[in-house]
Write a protein that binds this ligand. Structure first.
Ligand code: NAD
Length: 352
């Protein structure tokens, strides 16, 4: 075995259907008494119910979380947290809501309890993002890592099937790139393969029956593991492309990951054979790239960038941006093959 470095991240995880009922005890364990509840406007009703469950321990509700954490929203949330005297924040929702919690924690060190309701995985990472104008800046800081994460699969049955699928493939992308990361290690790779396996198993069942709690539990377990991979090791070409496409052209986050992943796996196929073998095995497919493509296509996820709002002219802009400050990648990132990759993703061709 090659020598390696493994960094464990300190978070406490409560997993299981009905585990939301343990929230009060978890607040107490943090030594907190006044919780600020965070959500998107779309999940306000769910957040209100949560605040109701907390009674006097709820300091207030801020239901203004939006995608990519605009600095102004983060500032308003911090001001509100101070006004209501919050000593912890509870983020119930997907990556956008967790991201808002992180933005608060970055400046105030307020402990965050995350209650994820998508498969994005942000709750397991010390990575934060903040958007000013058109520019999204990301960074790493242990202060933003949620102290406690409550994974309650019952909260995910309301996630629409289409979003469940793309969000799940977004999670698979973290694990796939973790398997060929420059700083990959055997422990994180175990989590990565198991995370892909759990999602590969659960997602088709969820698509057939969104209320299937056992399948939802599989998916959420997989999302946890994939998120932990994202938090532990470096990402490569796939994440660079998705950040570029999402940030510059405002493409939807999970759909962009879903479309791009098979093509990056095809790009890296020969350079990372062991990772590809493990991804294919976890997806029960003959080939990693085709397995990822088929999972999306078979259940009706978008497979072409041109179908989610990218234009052919923007493809050139994306190419040039992606070539600037590229992330480390197992296969060198070069203009001609990258252009072919982007064209295949633009058209939605099945990788050969
Ligand atoms: P999201 O949080 O924007 O959620 C999408 C929509 O689905 C929202 O309207 C939300 O309220 C709704 N929703 C969420 N759960 C639901 C449920 N169970 N039932 C019904 N509706 C529900 O989407 P996302 O994909 O989870 O997160 C994307 C954002 O997270 C992006 O900004 C991305 O950059 C960020 N992200 C960050 C990290 C990190 O480590 N920092 C990791 C992954 C994603």
């Amino acid at each position: 075995m090659q020598p390696f470095v493994y960094n464990g991240l300190p978070s406490r995880v409560i997993f299981g259907a009905g585990s939301l009922a343990q929230l009060g005890r978890e607040i107490e364990l943090l030594g907190a008494t006044r919780a600020l509840v965070l959500s998107t406007p779309q999940q306000r009703a769910q957040a209100e119910a949560l605040a109701g469950q907390l009674g006097e321990r709820a300091a207030g509700l801020f239901a203004e979380a939006v995608m990519h954490v605009p600095v102004e929203t983060a500032r308003q949330a911090r001001v509100f947290a101070t006004e209501v005297g919050a000593d912890c924040a509870i983020a119930i929702g997907g990556g956008s809501t967790t991201g808002l919690g992180k933005a608060i924690a970055l400046e105030t060190s307020l402990p965050i309890i995350a209650i994820p309701t998508t498969y994005a995985g942000s709750e397991m990472t010390p990575i934060y993002g903040l958007t000013e104008g058109d520019v999204k800046k990301t960074g790493r800081d242990l202060r933003v890592l949620p102290r406690t994460v409550i994974y309650d699969p019952a909260l995910t049955t309301s996630l629409p099937p289409a979003l469940s699928l793309t969000s799940g493939i977004n999670a698979i992308a973290h694990a796939a790139e973790g398997l060929y990361a420059q700083d990959a290690n055997p422990i994180v790779s175990l989590m990565a393969e198991e995370g892909i396996r759990a999602l590969g198993n659960g997602l088709p069942l969820v698509m057939d029956e969104p209320g299937n709690l056992a399948a939802r539990a599989d998916c959420l377990y997989g999302a946890w593991l994939c998120g932990a991979v994202l938090g532990s090791v470096g990402m490569a070409l796939h994440h660079k492309l998705c950040h570029t496409l999402g940030g510059t052209f405002n493409l939807p986050h999970a759909e962009t990951h879903t479309i791009v992943l098979p093509h990056v796996l095809a790009y890296n196929r020969e350079a990372a054979p062991e990772a590809m073998k493990r991804i294919a095995r976890a997806l029960r497919a003959d080939d990693a790239a085709q397995g990822a493509f088929d999972l999306a296509q078979d259940y009706g996820a978008p497979t072409a960038l041109k179908d989610i709002g990218l234009t052919a002219t923007e493809l050139d802009v994306a190419l040039n941006l992606a070539l600037k400050n590229p992330y480390w990648n197992p296969r060198p990132v070069e203009p001609a093959p990258l252009r072919a990759l982007l064209e295949a993703a633009f058209e939605g061709r099945r990788p050969t």
